[in-house]
Design a protein around this ligand. Sequence first.
Ligand code: PEP
Length: 262
Amino acid sequence: MAGRDRGPFIAGNWKMNLTLPEARGLAQKIVEAGAELRESTIVLFPPFTALAAVGGTLAGSAIGLGAQDLFWEDQGAYTGEVSGPMLKEAGCAYVLIGHSERRQVFGETDETVNRKLGAALRSGLSPIVCVGEVLAERESGRTIERIDAQLAAGLRGFAPEDLERVVLAYEPVWAIGTGKTASPGQAEEVHAHVRRRLEERYGKDRASCAIILYGGSVKPANSYPLFKEKNIDGFLVGGASLDAGGFVGIAGEALRAYREEK
Ligand code: PEP
């Protein structure tokens, strides 16, 4: 079964939230729950300003650190931007690219996603590339068309070996922060399609090992049925990742589904 030889991958996107003491406190609670979550991969994405503090709290634990964005150049006169080498130096192993909030609020395009993907790989970071349709696209039957366009342009020019470090996240925009979750069937349909596209580009073995996350109002109550779907390898969690109990609950429910299948 695709992706099921490893436990769930659970990423917490803290967005533009938390003071430094709050960020440290939340990270500490997740570290303390780490023993229960041993078979999963947990990665936290605090704001840039909290990377060092959260990295310090996570030191010595199995929980990974990631950033919410990066710039496509490595250094230079780009006021306000943060580069891949800077994130590496700050202790990050992962970086989010093309989150729908970056696309919708900050003008991120498939072209900039592609450039940022190159920068992340060059810096030795594992990118999580986000794709997803808006409500009008879903309602007019253009979901797959939109996902295909984002994948084709975002992944253009990368070699099969590059895929090994790339995580994909399907995040229907209408489900992010809205409380509306895609049903397991709706999410699985897109995940299976994404895996087929990866297979066409990079071959069966690489596609079956690729990690494809679902994101959009994930909570403990829907984590289990979503993770039961064959092509859903874990979650990118926004709002619920700000509460240790909710976040750990999501990971725990995904683990329950994983253990049943082992
Ligand atoms: C996200 O920010 O990637 C996300 C999925 O948010 P939420 O879980 O709040 O919908």
